[in-house]
Write a protein that binds this ligand. Structure first.
Ligand SMILES: [Zn+2]
Length: 396
C-alpha cells in the first residue's frame, strides 16, 4: 500500500527540522520525505492524506517499562511520600514482593487486560513502540506466563513491542544459587527456544543481584542469542554499567549513581545510557546527569520505567520534560532521547526516526508547531498517531 502525507507545517526527523514537508510511505515504510514542493513526480499519483498544516514527530519509543503487573502499591506510595525509604520497605518483604505475589496469582487473561489498558494510555501520549519486561513472576512458570502476555500484546498491536526477560530479585525463601541455576539453565534456554524475548535484563544492585551474578546471567543469555541490558547504578554504585559495556550490551538503565568513568565507558562502547527520571525523583536519588553524559558523547535515552512501585508513570512526554527541566537537555535533545536513541536501546535502528527506510510511525500534533507536546505539561496535544503509515488513533 502506497500513500502520501501532506499538510505538514513542521516535522522533526528527530535530528533535523523540516517545514512545509511531505512524507511518502510504501508498505509501512518511509520511502521519501522532504519539502512538499520537491515531492518527486513519481509519487504524485499516490493516495494523499492532508494533515491540515499540523506538526509531525516520530512516534515516541518507551525503551524501559514493566507494564505487566497486577495489584497495586498505593499503600507503599503513601508511606514513601511520608518519608519511608524504598529499600527499607523492600527489605521488610513488601515492595516488589507484593507485586510478585499479585502477579503470580493473576491469570494470563487478567494480566493481558491490565497491560493492554496501560499500553493504550501510552499510545495516547504518542508512544508507538515500547519495551516490556517480565520480572514479577520469579519462577519458571510465572516468568513464562508474563512473557506470553507480552507476546499477546505484541500480536494485538497497535504498538510495536519488544520483550525482555528480567532477572529482577531473588524470590524470598529461595536459595540464591538454586534460583540462578534455574534461571540460567532452564528459563533462559526455554525463552530462547520459544522466542518469547529478544533481550535479557539483570537488576544489579543491593537487594537484587551482584555484578558477579549479573555476569553469570548475561553470559548464559549471550550463549542463547539474547541481547543484554541492565538496571545499573540505581540505588548504589556497583560497576554494572562497565560490565554491560564490556559485554556489548544494548543499554545500561537508571545511572542515578553512575560516575564519570561509567559515562566514559558508555560513550566508548556505544551502549545507550537510559535515564528514568521519575524513579530518581520518587526514590529521592540524585537526578541523572543527562547534560554531562550527553556532552561526553553518551547516547542518552529517556524512558518511563513504568512500574507499580518506583515509577507509576503513564507519560513518556512527562519523562522527557523532567529531563529538560532537571537534567539539562534541550527540548530537541529530549525528543531524540525519546525516539531515535530509545529505539537504538532496543536494537531497532528503523524505529524512532523519520528517514527513508524507517518505519512510518509518527505523531500528528494538534497544532502547527511540532514541539508543542514537549511544551504543554500534563496534557498531550496530539491529534493522531500512525503506525506503519496507518492511523491507530484518529486525527481529530
Ligand atoms: Zn526498571
Amino acid at each position: 500500500m502506497n500513500s502520501i502525507f501532506t499538510g505538514i507545517s513542521e516535522l522533526y526527523t528527530p535530528t533535523e527540522r523540516l517545514t512545509q514537508a511531505a512524507l511518502a510511505v510504501s508498505e509501512g515504510e518511509i520511502v521519501w520525505l522532504g519539502p512538499e514542493s520537491a515531492l518527486p513526480e513519481s509519487y504524485r499519483g499516490w493516495p494523499t492524506t492532508g494533515l491540515g498544516e499540523r506538526g509531525v514527530l516520530p512516534g515516541l519509543v518507551d525503551s524501559h517499562t514493566h507494564l505487566v503487573w497486577a495489584g497495586d502499591r498505593l499503600e507503599e506510595y503513601l508511606r514513601r511520600a511520608r518519608g519511608e525509604s524504598y529499600e527499607a520497605i523492600l527489605l521488610a518483604g513488601s515492595g516488589i514482593h507484593q507485586t510478585v505475589s499479585a502477579t503470580q496469582q493473576a491469570s494470563e487473561d487478567e494480566l493481558y487486560e491490565l497491560a493492554q489498558a496501560r499500553a493504550r494510555v501510552l499510545l495516547q501520549g504518542g508512544v508507538t513502540a515500547l519495551e516490556v519486561k517480565s520480572g514479577y513472576g520469579l519462577s519458571l512458570e510465572h516468568e513464562l506466563k508474563m512473557l506470553r502476555v507480552i507476546r499477546r500484546l505484541r500480536q494485538a498491536g497497535p504498538q510495536r513491542i519488544t520483550a525482555t526477560l528480567l532477572a529482577h530479585v531473588i524470590p524470598s525463601g529461595v536459595k540464591r544459587d538454586g534460583y540462578l541455576e534455574m534461571f540460567t539453565t532452564e528459563l533462559i534456554p526455554e525463552v530462547a527456544r520459544t522466542g518469547l524475548a529478544e533481550a535479557l535484563d539483570v537488576f544489579i544492585d543491593e537487594g537484587a543481584f551482584s555484578v558477579a551474578e549479573g555476569r553469570r546471567v548475561f553470559e548464559a543469555a549471550r550463549r542463547h542469542g539474547l541481547a543484554i541490558k541492565g538496571h545499573a547504578e540505581q540505588l548504589t554504585h556497583t560497576g554494572a554499567t562497565r560490565l554491560i559495556c564490556e559485554l556489548g550490551g544494548l543499554s545500561a538503565d537508571h545511572l542515578e549513581q553512575a560516575t564519570e568513568q561509567d559515562w566514559r565507558a558508555l560513550a566508548g562502547s556505544g551502549t545507550v545510557g537510559t535515564l528514568l527520571p521519575l524513579a530518581a525523583l520518587l526514590l529521592r536519588k540524585p537526578f541523572p546527569e543527562a547534560r554531562a553524559m550527553w556532552d561526553l558523547g553518551v547516547k542518552v535515552a529517556v524512558a518511563t520505567d513504568h512500574n507499580p512501585g518506583s515509577s507509576p508513570l503513564f507519560s513518556l512526554l512527562l519523562a522527557l520534560q523532567l529531563t529538560v527541566a532537571l537534567g539539562g537537555l534541550s527540548v530537541e535533545e529530549a525528543l531524540v532521547a525519546g525516539t531515535r536513541h530509545a529505539a537504538d536501546a532496543l536494537g531497532q535502528v528503523c524505529w524512532g526516526r523519520l528517514t527513508p527506510g524507517a518505519v512510518a510511525d509518527f505523531v500528528v500534533v494538534d497544532g502547527p508547531q511540532a514541539l508543542t507536546p514537549l511544551y504543554h505539561w500534563g496534557h498531550a496535544p496530539i491529534a493522531g498517531v500512525y503506525v506503519a503509515g496507518r492511523p491507530v488513533m484518529a486525527v481529530r
